[in-house]
Design a protein around this ligand. Structure first.
Ligand code: OAD
Length: 228
């Protein structure tokens, strides 16, 4: 059975990574237009590089939580595909093997001029003057606002093939990710795990488990194993 998951920053909250829109979230402390747009990078590249350097350093200090781990364990019983809006690598570090990053990855950088030149840098910093092999500035491998989301097409295909669809830890505020649920077949089980109320886009319907990612995944695992 294909279990397809759309995850957001809430799944990493219990690992100590801030979400974006909760109280105290990242977008309360930083302006989206300054640190997460191509225009912001043009205006002040150093500020943007430092913002992502900090995120990368923080990622090096945290660990996957039980939410990530239970999702990885479910690969024993289901064909699991995770579509994540997260730029962290906690799904992979928990052991998940099929992870599609919609909004890029913190541990990679790419050439500003040649987007196909992508480099793994792990948790290291990059600075102004760090160049690709063709001599152009490196930038975070992150999908910023006003940029295309190249992974959306394979994501849509995965959702269309889902036998079970799960949304976890996302406020469903950002498109096109928030619209993915509309591509799931109508008659399959659909679950949403979030400790807070989520306004679901029109036309999408979920069985809501109003718990944190780790508690909610524990409960969902029991439900899913009965569906097998
Ligand atoms: P948001 O900050 O918008 O939403 C986080 C969600 O996680 C909320 O619904 C919270 O209630 C929920 N949450 C909080 N603690 C949780 C916990 N312990 N367990 C489970 N859920 C919890 O973050 P996203 O929906 O991920 O994009 O944001 C989507 C995109 O907007 C991000 O990928 C990022 C951001 O701008 C870019 O930077 C391009």
């Amino acid at each position: 059975m294909n279990l397809v998951v759309l995850s957001g920053s809430g799944i990493s909250a219990e690992s100590g990574i801030s979400t974006f829109r909760d109280t105290g979230g990242l977008w309360e402390q930083h302006k989206i237009e300054d640190v997460a747009t191509p225009e912001g990078f043009e205006r002040n590249p150093e500020l943007v590089l430092n913002f992502y350097n900090e995120r990368r350093k923080q990622l090096d200090d945290v660990e996957p939580n039980n939410g990530h781990k239970i999702l990885a364990e479910l690969e024993k019983d289901f064909n699991v595909h995770i579509i994540t809006q997260n730029v962290d690598d906690l799904h992979e570090r928990a052991g998940s093997t099929n992870v599609l990053h919609l909004h890029g990855e913190l541990t990679k950088v790419r050439s500003e001029k040649y987007p196909e030149l992508i480099y793994n840098i792990g948790y290291k910093e990059i600075h102004l003057g760090d160049k690709c092999e063709k001599g152009h500035q490196l930038r975070p491998h992150i999908v910023w606002f006003n940029e295309a989301v190249p992974a959306i097409e394979p994501a849509v295909q995965l959702v269309q093939q889902a036998d079970i669809f799960l949304v976890i830890g996302t406020s469903l505020n950002v498109y096109p990710a928030a619209g993915l649920g509309a591509y799931a077949k109508t008659n399959i089980p659909k679950y949403l795990i979030d400790p807070n109320d989520v306004t679901v886009p029109y036309g999408q319907q979920y069985t809501v488990i109003q718990k944190t990612a780790s508690e909610g995944m524990q409960e969902l695992k029991k439900i899913l194993l009965k569906l097998k």
